[in-house]
Structure formats: structure tokens, C-alpha cells
Design a protein around this ligand. Sequence first.
Ligand code: NAD
Length: 244
Amino acid sequence: MKFENKVVVVTGGARGIGAEIVKHFLHAGAIVHILDKDIADSSNPDKNDRLIASSGDVSNAEDVKSFISHVVSASGKIDVLINNAGIIRDSVIWKMEEDDFDAVMDVNLKGPWLMCREVASIMREQKSGRIVNITSRSWLGNFGQSNYSSSKGGLVSLTRVLALELARSNVTVNAVAPGLIDTPMTRSMKPEIYDQLQSAIPGGKAGTPADIANAVTFLASDEAQYITGQIIHVDGGKSIGANV
Ligand SMILES: NC(=O)c1ccc[n+]([C@@H]2O[C@H](COP(=O)([O-])OP(=O)(O)OC[C@H]3O[C@@H](n4cnc5c(N)ncnc54)[C@H](O)[C@@H]3O)[C@@H](O)[C@H]2O)c1
């Protein structure tokens, strides 16, 4: 898959899955813009003149507006948007604070909505574009994640709605739903919880950020032009639902 001269935006691209997505697009020749709230902590080793990193919060409408106008004035267009930034604040509902619900909804659902609202008008004018949202297998329901699972379920619905709204503009909108992936986010869990989640996967092992980046670059490619409104689970079979 080739992305020479394509302009790609990745939110949360400083580390974890986002950093790997950035690496894959850079390797395929793209110009990549990152929006991340912790850009200083960037673990992305690629010091590359096709990589432009900006600091900002996806859930803040002003940050999103000024970032997108910066991308357009620097690179002239946006071919691909990857909504990857996300957070967890897990707890059973009877112990969860209202703030834990609001914070997760703001970053995981409102953030992609704000990004899509800005980018949709640009892609409609261009009459081309690709949007890939990073949801989660947990949209099917996960114990202790009433906030996170709901935000990712909302992102599935947003993906399907925007696929309809943007189809006539030659813009595809899809989502990738990762299962357990080995990143700083999941390593922030208690080790015994991580091990328990890992052993519940049919193949018994977590995925890697590269497993997600491969699916994302395919959905963003010219080759995927007739795929829209789809949710691709990249989860080692966990979403099948039955396991021994
Ligand atoms: N790791 C997994 O197992 C897994 C599974 C399913 C879905 N996901 C999803 O994949 C995405 C990436 O997860 P990860 O594991 O790489 O997480 P991570 O915590 O390792 O990285 C997330 C990145 O997003 C950035 N970010 C967080 N809030 C932000 C905000 N408000 N504005 C801008 N940037 C912000 C962080 O600074 C960080 O660089 C998330 O949407 C997550 O929900 C991850």
C-alpha cells in the first residue's frame, strides 16, 4: 500500500497503537500530522521531516479547530483521518464517579466527533477521503467499563452514520476494534488483570500495535475504496464470544 504525497492525521500518535500507526504511514511515504496531549512524552523514534507533531486535546473544540487549520495551511489537504486517542477509567458502576464517565466520553466519543466535524467539510470539498476510528472490542460489553464500552459503542454508531453521510463525497468511514493489545494503556492495569484478560483470548496471547496498524493502513488505502461503515475486529478471535 502506497501513501506517497498523502496527508494523514493521527490523534494520540505519540505512543502505543497511535505511534505504530504513525510509523506505518511514514514507512509508506505519507506526510503525517499528530495531535496528542502529551507530545513531549512521544515514544515515536522516527525523527522524520514528514512527521509534524502538535500538542492539544481532542475533546477541546478550539484545539481541534486550530490543529486542523494548521494541518491544512501546512499541507494543503487531508487525505486520511485516524481517530485513535483514547483513555480508560475503569470501575464497576456503583463505584464510578460521574467525572470518570464524562472524561472517557469526552476523549473517546466527543473527540472523534469534533475531529470528524472539522475534517468532513474538507473531505467533502476534496470529494475524497478516508476516516478510520479506533473503537474497541469492548463495545460489545466489558465488566467494569460502563463508561469506556459505552464510548466505544457510540463510536461504532458514529462510524456507521458518517459512512452514510459521506458516501456520496467518495469518503469512506470504517472502524477497527482491537482486543487486548500490549501498550502502555493496558500495561497500566494490575498484572493479574492483564494475565486474566490474556488467557481469555482464544489464542492465549495479546496482539501488538502492528496488528492494528496493518488493518488501519489497509482501510485507509486506495485498495479499500468500496469498504465503508464496517467494524473490523482485530482481537485474536475474542469477539467470537465462545471459548473453552
Ligand atoms: N491497548 C489496547 O488493548 C486497546 C484495546 C482496544 C482499543 N484500544 C484503543 O486504541 C487507542 C490507543 O490505545 P493505546 O493502548 O495505544 O493507548 P495509550 O494510552 O498507550 O496511548 C494513547 C495516546 O492518546 C493520547 N491521548 C489521550 N487523551 C488524549 C486527548 N484528550 N487528546 C489528545 N491525545 C490524547 C495519549 O497522550 C497517548 O499518546 C485508544 O482509543 C484505545 O481505546 C486499545
